[in-house]
Design a binder for this molecule. Structure first.
Ligand SMILES: *Cc1c(COP(=O)(O)O)cnc(C)c1O
Length: 492
């Protein structure tokens, strides 16, 4: 172990200093200019450290992070694909980076053109009429889409439509967004293969239904083969179909939600179209709608005038702003760069390659891991833990053991349909060598579970911190610096 492999967070020593802020350019003391009421009475409690200590601390911490750039990251439903560096370069181009949102629109025509073009491309890929790129994330897109759904019904005087049908296999954000939008969630059951049980759906379809939220392929990675029938039933009942397109990967260039009968959808640019998004951001969740609903998309909108110039407009009757200005512009740039660098021809390979990689892993591991649903999956699939349950080794243990071998764990205990869910999504950007290494390690962990189960149960053995108290970390996070009192141990 190297000396800096200890995780020491308390480095403060009284009197140490890194850098002093210079006087401002007018040579006056900035603090003196502050009104007395705004000045703090006590000194801020800040760590006292030298510049070198700060540099080493953060540089060492950064090397302890796991990311797509350091290793395989098969986190199901999160689409941790490689994010080409050219996206970053283009998004950081000074011509885009230094724009001000209130600049005269004649001076930002290029930026507006990117917004307009991406909006058009997404509409074509989704089979819908128009997109807004303003929402900041998938869940934010869901909320925006559901507000459109709700407004559509209420503008027609159909106020009693407040029910949203959500399958019990749905991503947690779906029911949460419906609640935030002021709609009521009604659950529809899934069949054992994860697809919606049409017989269970039928009795729910009355004149209080605002719509249904679905994802296809579903959370088990299986294509919903009854989708046309479901769309017909929901439309006949007067409801709308919402498509959770967080992961459009498997369909790209092959199938379109609009053609399946969906009316409203969101796409996670940060999953499907590559933007680094571990740790919660940044993201973008554009929302698309079918013809007839586009007037409801939120303001502001970017339009193309007859003379070929672009304008930002606020339309009457549209939803109000859901974000400041035109959303997370850097993420929009990255998605645009990614789509154009793949091009119309290559984008069609994303889905098939993602599907091939997922099936390759699934078929190679199903002798050791329990595969509850046989058949060809799309971009991801779910194991129900180890096949041999007699050793007491759980999905959590396997996930932690993978960390010892340098792989990020899959998504675990989601979807809730199985007790020991392990959701694996390799994405299309991984080589067969990486997939083979992962398969070999998964087999090795299964063998360890049989022969030395305690070793797996006590994993991770080699990571800097071992088993974390995740509940306390989530419920009582320590987000600000507080100097430790004397005699308290600074390491953790
Ligand atoms: C990631 C994801 C979401 C939520 O997206 P955020 O950008 O994290 O808000 C919604 N649905 C599905 C299926 C997802 O995978």
């Amino acid at each position: 172990m190297k000396y800096y492999d200890k995780l020491i967070f308390e480095l403060s020593r009284p009197g140490r200093k890194g850098y002093s802020l210079p006087k401002n350019e007018y040579g006056t003391d900035t603090l003196a200019a502050l009104p007395g009421a705004l000045k703090r009475e006590e000194k801020a409690e800040l760590p006292e450290v030298s510049e070198l200590e700060v540099v080493r601390h953060y540089t060492n911490l950064s090397s302890k992070n796991f990311g797509v750039d350091t290793g395989f990251y098969p986190l199901g439903s999160c689409t941790m694909k490689y994010n080409p560096k050219i996206n970053e370069e283009i998004a950081a181009h000074p011509g885009f980076l230094y724009l001000h949102p209130l600049q005269d629109e004649r001076t930002v025509q290029g930026a507006l053109e990117v917004y307009y073009n991406l909006q058009k491309i997404l509409s074509e890929l989704a089979g819908l009429e128009e997109f807004t790129l303003n929402p900041y994330a998938g869940a934010h897109g869901e909320l925006t889409g559901l507000m459109i759904m709700k407004t559509y019904h209420s503008r027609r005087g159909d106020e009693k439509r407040t029910k949203v049908i959500v399958p019990n296999s749905a991503h947690g954000t779906n029911p949460a967004s419906a609640m935030v939008a002021g709609l009521q969630v009604v659950e529809v059951k899934s069949k054992p293969n994860g697809s919606i049980d049409v017989e269970d759906l039928k009795p729910l379809l009355d004149d209080t239904v605002a719509g249904i939220m679905m994802t296809n392929p579903n959370t088990l990675g299986m294509f919903e083969t009854d989708i046309l029938e479901i769309a017909r039933l929901v439309h006949e009942a007067g409801g709308l179909l919402y498509y959770d397109g967080a992961n459009l990967n498997p369909l790209l260039g092959k199938a379109r939600p609009g053609d399946m009968g969906f009316d409203i959808m969101h796409i996670n640019l940060h999953k499907t179209f590559s933007t680094p998004h571990g740790g919660g951001g940044p993201g973008a969740g554009p929302v698309g709608v079918r013809e007839g609903l586009e007037s409801l998309l939120p303001n502001p909108k970017v339009i193309k005038r007859e003379d070929g110039t672009f304008s930002v407009v606020n339309e009457d009757g549209a939803l109000g702003n859901v974000s400041s200005y035109l959303g997370n512009y850097a993420v929009i740039m990255k998605a645009y760069a990614y789509i154009l660098s793949l091009g119309r021809e290559n984008i069609k390979n994303v889905g098939p390659m993602a599907t091939l990689n997922a099936n390759y892993i699934k078929e190679n591991l199903k002798d050791d891991y329990l595969l509850p649903i046989e058949g060809v999956c799309k971009h991801e699939f779910v194991f129900d833990g180890l096949k041999d349950k007699s050793t007491g080794v759980t999905t959590l243990n396997v996930a932690k053991r993978l960390l010892d071998y340098g792989f990020h764990a899959p998504t675990i205990y989601f979807p809730l349909l199985f007790h020991e869910s392990m959701m694996i999504e390799p994405t299309e950007t991984e080589s067969v060598e990486t997939l083979d290494e992962f398969i070999e390690v998964m087999h090795r962990v299964a063998k360890e579970a049989r022969e030395t189960p305690e070793l797996v149960k006590e994993a991770p053995q080699t990571t800097l911190v071992r088993k974390l108290d995740e509940t306390t970390a989530a419920k009582n996070p320590i987000l600000t610096y507080k100097a430790l009192k004397q005699n308290e141990n600074g390491s953790c």
